[in-house]
Design a protein around this ligand. Structure first.
Ligand code: TRP
Ligand code: SF4
Length: 329
Protein backbone atom coordinates (compact mmCIF):
# COMPACT_ATOMS: atom_id res chain seq x y z
CA UNK A 1 0.00 0.00 0.00
CA UNK A 2 1.20 3.47 -0.81
CA UNK A 3 2.27 5.53 2.14
CA UNK A 4 0.27 8.63 2.97
CA UNK A 5 2.01 11.85 2.03
CA UNK A 6 3.05 14.33 4.71
CA UNK A 7 4.40 17.79 4.05
CA UNK A 8 5.51 20.56 6.36
CA UNK A 9 8.01 23.35 6.51
CA UNK A 10 9.19 26.39 8.36
CA UNK A 11 10.57 29.77 7.51
CA UNK A 12 14.29 30.31 8.01
CA UNK A 13 13.84 33.25 10.35
CA UNK A 14 15.94 32.11 13.27
CA UNK A 15 17.16 29.01 14.95
CA UNK A 16 14.82 26.30 16.11
CA UNK A 17 14.06 26.64 19.79
CA UNK A 18 12.90 24.01 22.22
CA UNK A 19 9.28 25.10 21.74
CA UNK A 20 9.56 24.42 17.99
CA UNK A 21 11.42 21.20 18.67
CA UNK A 22 8.85 19.70 21.01
CA UNK A 23 5.89 21.28 19.22
CA UNK A 24 6.85 20.21 15.72
CA UNK A 25 10.22 18.83 14.69
CA UNK A 26 10.39 15.97 17.22
CA UNK A 27 7.06 14.84 15.80
CA UNK A 28 8.33 15.05 12.22
CA UNK A 29 11.19 12.78 13.24
CA UNK A 30 8.63 10.14 14.23
CA UNK A 31 6.47 10.67 11.14
CA UNK A 32 9.38 9.98 8.78
CA UNK A 33 9.31 6.34 9.90
CA UNK A 34 5.75 5.80 8.76
CA UNK A 35 4.83 8.28 6.04
CA UNK A 36 6.15 9.60 2.77
CA UNK A 37 7.53 12.74 4.39
CA UNK A 38 8.59 16.00 2.82
CA UNK A 39 10.04 18.75 4.97
CA UNK A 40 11.28 22.00 3.58
CA UNK A 41 12.79 25.38 4.26
CA UNK A 42 10.36 28.08 3.18
CA UNK A 43 12.86 30.72 2.11
CA UNK A 44 10.46 32.45 -0.28
CA UNK A 45 8.03 32.75 2.60
CA UNK A 46 10.74 34.48 4.62
CA UNK A 47 10.74 37.18 1.93
CA UNK A 48 7.04 37.94 2.41
CA UNK A 49 7.91 39.94 5.52
CA UNK A 50 11.70 40.12 5.24
CA UNK A 51 12.18 41.11 1.61
CA UNK A 52 14.28 44.16 2.44
CA UNK A 53 16.78 42.48 4.72
CA UNK A 54 18.21 39.40 3.08
CA UNK A 55 21.76 39.59 4.43
CA UNK A 56 21.30 36.48 6.57
CA UNK A 57 18.88 34.54 4.38
CA UNK A 58 21.35 31.95 3.08
CA UNK A 59 22.96 31.54 6.47
CA UNK A 60 19.57 31.10 8.13
CA UNK A 61 18.48 28.51 5.57
CA UNK A 62 21.62 26.46 6.19
CA UNK A 63 21.17 26.85 9.90
CA UNK A 64 17.58 25.58 9.71
CA UNK A 65 18.72 22.63 7.60
CA UNK A 66 21.34 21.85 10.25
CA UNK A 67 18.63 22.07 12.94
CA UNK A 68 16.52 19.59 10.99
CA UNK A 69 19.35 17.11 10.57
CA UNK A 70 20.70 17.45 14.09
CA UNK A 71 17.18 16.84 15.42
CA UNK A 72 17.06 13.53 13.61
CA UNK A 73 15.45 14.14 10.22
CA UNK A 74 17.20 11.68 7.97
CA UNK A 75 17.56 12.44 4.24
CA UNK A 76 17.39 8.68 3.63
CA UNK A 77 13.96 8.50 5.20
CA UNK A 78 12.40 11.79 4.13
CA UNK A 79 12.87 14.47 1.51
CA UNK A 80 14.42 17.66 2.82
CA UNK A 81 14.41 20.55 0.38
CA UNK A 82 14.71 24.27 -0.12
CA UNK A 83 11.61 25.96 -1.52
CA UNK A 84 13.52 28.34 -3.80
CA UNK A 85 15.31 25.42 -5.44
CA UNK A 86 12.03 23.88 -6.60
CA UNK A 87 10.89 26.47 -9.14
CA UNK A 88 7.61 24.63 -9.76
CA UNK A 89 6.33 26.14 -6.50
CA UNK A 90 6.48 29.58 -8.08
CA UNK A 91 4.55 28.41 -11.13
CA UNK A 92 1.80 26.83 -9.06
CA UNK A 93 1.68 29.91 -6.84
CA UNK A 94 1.13 32.04 -9.93
CA UNK A 95 -1.58 29.78 -11.30
CA UNK A 96 -3.40 29.57 -7.96
CA UNK A 97 -3.21 33.33 -7.60
CA UNK A 98 -5.19 33.71 -10.83
CA UNK A 99 -8.28 32.13 -9.32
CA UNK A 100 -7.97 32.93 -5.63
CA UNK A 101 -10.52 35.58 -4.63
CA UNK A 102 -8.91 38.60 -3.00
CA UNK A 103 -11.43 38.44 -0.18
CA UNK A 104 -10.17 35.01 0.93
CA UNK A 105 -6.72 36.46 1.41
CA UNK A 106 -7.84 39.73 2.94
CA UNK A 107 -9.91 38.06 5.63
CA UNK A 108 -7.19 35.62 6.67
CA UNK A 109 -6.65 36.18 10.41
CA UNK A 110 -2.86 35.94 10.23
CA UNK A 111 -2.86 38.59 7.52
CA UNK A 112 -4.99 41.00 9.53
CA UNK A 113 -2.99 40.31 12.70
CA UNK A 114 0.40 40.91 11.23
CA UNK A 115 -0.74 43.94 9.28
CA UNK A 116 -1.86 45.45 12.57
CA UNK A 117 1.20 44.37 14.54
CA UNK A 118 4.25 44.63 12.31
CA UNK A 119 5.15 48.30 12.35
CA UNK A 120 8.89 48.28 11.73
CA UNK A 121 8.60 47.37 8.05
CA UNK A 122 6.18 47.85 5.23
CA UNK A 123 4.28 44.62 4.61
CA UNK A 124 1.46 46.11 2.56
CA UNK A 125 2.79 44.13 -0.39
CA UNK A 126 1.31 41.83 -2.97
CA UNK A 127 3.61 39.02 -1.82
CA UNK A 128 2.60 39.24 1.81
CA UNK A 129 -1.09 39.17 0.93
CA UNK A 130 -0.37 36.11 -1.20
CA UNK A 131 1.35 34.19 1.62
CA UNK A 132 -1.44 31.58 1.90
CA UNK A 133 -1.47 31.01 -1.87
CA UNK A 134 2.25 30.24 -1.83
CA UNK A 135 1.71 27.95 1.15
CA UNK A 136 -1.15 26.21 -0.67
CA UNK A 137 1.18 25.70 -3.64
CA UNK A 138 3.75 24.07 -1.32
CA UNK A 139 1.17 21.66 0.01
CA UNK A 140 -0.82 20.85 -3.13
CA UNK A 141 2.37 20.37 -5.16
CA UNK A 142 3.02 17.06 -3.36
CA UNK A 143 -0.67 16.14 -3.14
CA UNK A 144 -0.13 15.97 0.58
CA UNK A 145 -2.65 14.02 2.65
CA UNK A 146 -1.51 15.43 5.96
CA UNK A 147 0.11 18.65 7.05
CA UNK A 148 1.44 18.66 10.61
CA UNK A 149 1.05 22.25 11.69
CA UNK A 150 0.54 24.33 14.79
CA UNK A 151 -2.73 26.01 15.71
CA UNK A 152 -1.52 29.29 14.18
CA UNK A 153 -1.30 27.77 10.70
CA UNK A 154 -4.79 26.27 10.61
CA UNK A 155 -6.39 29.19 8.73
CA UNK A 156 -3.71 28.81 6.03
CA UNK A 157 -4.42 25.13 5.72
CA UNK A 158 -8.13 25.80 5.46
CA UNK A 159 -7.40 28.18 2.57
CA UNK A 160 -5.27 25.51 0.89
CA UNK A 161 -8.26 23.17 1.09
CA UNK A 162 -10.52 25.81 -0.44
CA UNK A 163 -8.02 26.51 -3.21
CA UNK A 164 -7.80 22.80 -3.93
CA UNK A 165 -11.59 22.47 -4.24
CA UNK A 166 -11.87 25.61 -6.35
CA UNK A 167 -9.12 24.50 -8.74
CA UNK A 168 -10.69 21.06 -9.22
CA UNK A 169 -14.11 22.63 -9.75
CA UNK A 170 -13.02 25.30 -12.24
CA UNK A 171 -10.95 22.94 -14.38
CA UNK A 172 -13.27 19.99 -13.96
CA UNK A 173 -10.66 17.51 -12.81
CA UNK A 174 -9.68 16.02 -9.51
CA UNK A 175 -6.09 17.21 -9.72
CA UNK A 176 -5.63 17.93 -6.02
CA UNK A 177 -6.75 16.10 -2.89
CA UNK A 178 -7.77 18.08 0.18
CA UNK A 179 -4.92 18.22 2.66
CA UNK A 180 -5.88 17.62 6.28
CA UNK A 181 -4.13 19.05 9.31
CA UNK A 182 -2.31 16.54 11.44
CA UNK A 183 -2.49 17.37 15.11
CA UNK A 184 -0.48 15.25 17.43
CA UNK A 185 -0.17 15.34 21.15
CA UNK A 186 2.92 17.34 21.70
CA UNK A 187 4.69 18.42 24.80
CA UNK A 188 4.20 22.08 25.52
CA UNK A 189 7.12 24.09 26.79
CA UNK A 190 6.64 27.69 27.87
CA UNK A 191 9.39 30.27 27.45
CA UNK A 192 11.86 31.01 30.24
CA UNK A 193 9.50 33.75 31.48
CA UNK A 194 6.39 31.57 31.54
CA UNK A 195 4.81 33.07 28.41
CA UNK A 196 4.64 31.16 25.12
CA UNK A 197 8.17 30.46 23.87
CA UNK A 198 8.73 32.84 21.00
CA UNK A 199 11.64 34.61 19.40
CA UNK A 200 9.82 37.92 19.62
CA UNK A 201 9.56 37.63 23.42
CA UNK A 202 13.27 36.90 23.86
CA UNK A 203 12.41 33.94 26.10
CA UNK A 204 13.71 31.05 24.03
CA UNK A 205 16.23 28.31 24.53
CA UNK A 206 17.53 27.23 21.12
CA UNK A 207 19.19 24.12 19.79
CA UNK A 208 22.01 26.47 18.75
CA UNK A 209 22.56 28.04 22.20
CA UNK A 210 25.90 27.17 23.75
CA UNK A 211 25.57 24.84 26.73
CA UNK A 212 26.81 27.74 28.83
CA UNK A 213 24.04 30.03 27.61
CA UNK A 214 21.47 27.32 28.27
CA UNK A 215 22.70 27.10 31.84
CA UNK A 216 22.44 30.86 32.29
CA UNK A 217 18.98 30.96 30.80
CA UNK A 218 17.76 28.24 33.14
CA UNK A 219 19.25 30.06 36.12
CA UNK A 220 17.29 33.13 35.09
CA UNK A 221 13.97 31.32 34.62
CA UNK A 222 10.86 32.71 36.27
CA UNK A 223 9.62 30.54 39.15
CA UNK A 224 6.72 30.89 41.59
CA UNK A 225 6.85 34.60 42.52
CA UNK A 226 5.23 33.86 45.90
CA UNK A 227 8.26 31.87 47.03
CA UNK A 228 10.70 34.10 48.79
CA UNK A 229 12.40 31.79 51.24
CA UNK A 230 13.51 28.30 50.40
CA UNK A 231 10.99 26.69 52.78
CA UNK A 232 7.97 28.70 51.61
CA UNK A 233 5.40 26.32 50.13
CA UNK A 234 5.47 26.65 46.33
CA UNK A 235 2.93 26.51 43.51
CA UNK A 236 4.55 24.41 40.79
CA UNK A 237 1.64 24.94 38.40
CA UNK A 238 2.61 28.60 37.91
CA UNK A 239 6.32 27.87 37.59
CA UNK A 240 8.07 27.61 34.22
CA UNK A 241 10.83 25.43 35.70
CA UNK A 242 8.17 22.94 36.70
CA UNK A 243 6.69 22.99 33.20
CA UNK A 244 10.16 22.11 31.88
CA UNK A 245 10.51 19.29 34.41
CA UNK A 246 7.29 17.80 33.06
CA UNK A 247 9.04 17.40 29.72
CA UNK A 248 12.60 16.65 30.79
CA UNK A 249 12.19 14.84 34.13
CA UNK A 250 9.12 12.67 33.70
CA UNK A 251 10.51 10.17 36.21
CA UNK A 252 10.93 12.78 38.94
CA UNK A 253 8.22 15.28 38.27
CA UNK A 254 5.77 13.99 40.89
CA UNK A 255 8.42 14.16 43.59
CA UNK A 256 9.41 17.65 42.54
CA UNK A 257 5.79 18.74 42.67
CA UNK A 258 5.25 17.34 46.16
CA UNK A 259 8.52 18.69 47.53
CA UNK A 260 7.91 22.13 46.07
CA UNK A 261 4.42 22.29 47.61
CA UNK A 262 5.82 21.36 51.01
CA UNK A 263 8.73 23.76 50.74
CA UNK A 264 11.21 20.90 50.89
CA UNK A 265 13.16 21.85 47.80
CA UNK A 266 14.62 25.23 46.93
CA UNK A 267 14.34 26.80 43.50
CA UNK A 268 18.11 26.89 43.07
CA UNK A 269 18.40 23.13 43.56
CA UNK A 270 15.34 22.54 41.41
CA UNK A 271 16.88 24.55 38.57
CA UNK A 272 20.13 22.70 38.95
CA UNK A 273 18.37 19.36 38.44
CA UNK A 274 16.68 20.79 35.39
CA UNK A 275 19.96 22.10 33.94
CA UNK A 276 21.41 18.62 34.06
CA UNK A 277 18.46 17.14 32.21
CA UNK A 278 18.31 19.87 29.58
CA UNK A 279 22.06 19.63 29.00
CA UNK A 280 21.81 15.87 28.57
CA UNK A 281 19.26 16.47 25.83
CA UNK A 282 20.53 19.65 24.20
CA UNK A 283 24.34 19.34 24.24
CA UNK A 284 24.50 16.37 21.81
CA UNK A 285 22.16 18.15 19.39
CA UNK A 286 24.15 21.36 19.77
CA UNK A 287 27.37 19.55 18.95
CA UNK A 288 25.89 17.65 16.04
CA UNK A 289 24.65 20.94 14.62
CA UNK A 290 28.11 22.49 14.79
CA UNK A 291 29.59 19.43 13.16
CA UNK A 292 27.05 19.58 10.33
CA UNK A 293 27.61 23.31 9.82
CA UNK A 294 31.36 22.82 9.71
CA UNK A 295 30.90 20.77 6.52
CA UNK A 296 28.92 23.33 4.62
CA UNK A 297 29.52 21.77 1.19
CA UNK A 298 28.10 18.44 2.34
CA UNK A 299 25.10 20.21 3.84
CA UNK A 300 24.47 22.11 0.61
CA UNK A 301 24.72 18.84 -1.34
CA UNK A 302 22.09 17.25 0.90
CA UNK A 303 19.76 20.20 0.33
CA UNK A 304 20.36 20.15 -3.43
CA UNK A 305 19.76 16.41 -3.67
CA UNK A 306 16.54 16.67 -1.69
CA UNK A 307 15.42 19.58 -3.84
CA UNK A 308 16.16 17.68 -7.05
CA UNK A 309 14.09 14.77 -5.76
CA UNK A 310 11.25 17.11 -4.83
CA UNK A 311 11.44 18.81 -8.23
CA UNK A 312 10.82 15.52 -10.04
CA UNK A 313 7.58 15.04 -8.13
CA UNK A 314 6.68 18.69 -8.48
CA UNK A 315 7.12 18.54 -12.24
CA UNK A 316 4.75 15.57 -12.44
CA UNK A 317 2.09 17.51 -10.59
CA UNK A 318 2.65 20.52 -12.82
CA UNK A 319 2.08 18.37 -15.89
CA UNK A 320 -1.37 17.49 -14.52
CA UNK A 321 -1.99 21.10 -13.63
CA UNK A 322 -1.00 22.49 -17.05
CA UNK A 323 -3.01 19.84 -18.79
CA UNK A 324 -6.10 20.60 -16.68
CA UNK A 325 -5.75 24.31 -17.46
CA UNK A 326 -4.96 23.54 -21.10
CA UNK A 327 -1.94 25.81 -21.10
CA UNK A 328 1.31 25.31 -23.00
CA UNK A 329 2.33 22.57 -25.40
N1 TRP B 1 3.68 29.19 7.17
C1 TRP B 1 4.47 28.20 7.84
C2 TRP B 1 5.04 28.78 9.12
O1 TRP B 1 5.21 29.97 9.24
C3 TRP B 1 5.61 27.73 6.97
C4 TRP B 1 5.12 27.05 5.74
C5 TRP B 1 5.22 27.49 4.46
C6 TRP B 1 4.43 25.80 5.70
N2 TRP B 1 4.65 26.63 3.62
C7 TRP B 1 4.16 25.55 4.33
C8 TRP B 1 4.03 24.88 6.68
C9 TRP B 1 3.47 24.42 3.93
C10 TRP B 1 3.34 23.73 6.28
C11 TRP B 1 3.06 23.50 4.90
O2 TRP B 1 5.34 28.03 10.02
FE1 SF4 C 1 9.45 26.04 40.56
FE2 SF4 C 1 11.06 24.14 41.41
FE3 SF4 C 1 10.96 26.53 42.65
FE4 SF4 C 1 8.92 24.85 42.83
S1 SF4 C 1 10.99 24.51 43.60
S2 SF4 C 1 8.78 27.04 42.41
S3 SF4 C 1 8.93 23.89 40.83
S4 SF4 C 1 11.69 26.13 40.62
Amino acid sequence: MDKKIVLSGSRPTGNIHLGNYFGAVSNWVKLQEEYDCNFFIADWHALTTGYADTADLRKNSLSLAADYLASGLDPKKCTIFLQSLVKQHSELFLLLSMNTPLAWLERCPTYKDQLANIKDRDITTYGFLGYPALMAADILMYKADYVPVGEDQVPHLELAREMSRRFNFIYGREVFPEPAPLFTKSKVLPGTDGRKMSKSYGNTISLSDTPDDVLKKIRGMVTDPARIRKDDPGHPEVCSVYAFHKVFSEDKVDDICAQCKKGEIGCVACKKMLSERVAEFQTPIYEKRLEILSHEDTLIDIIKEGSAKAAVRAEKTMEDVRSAIKIGF
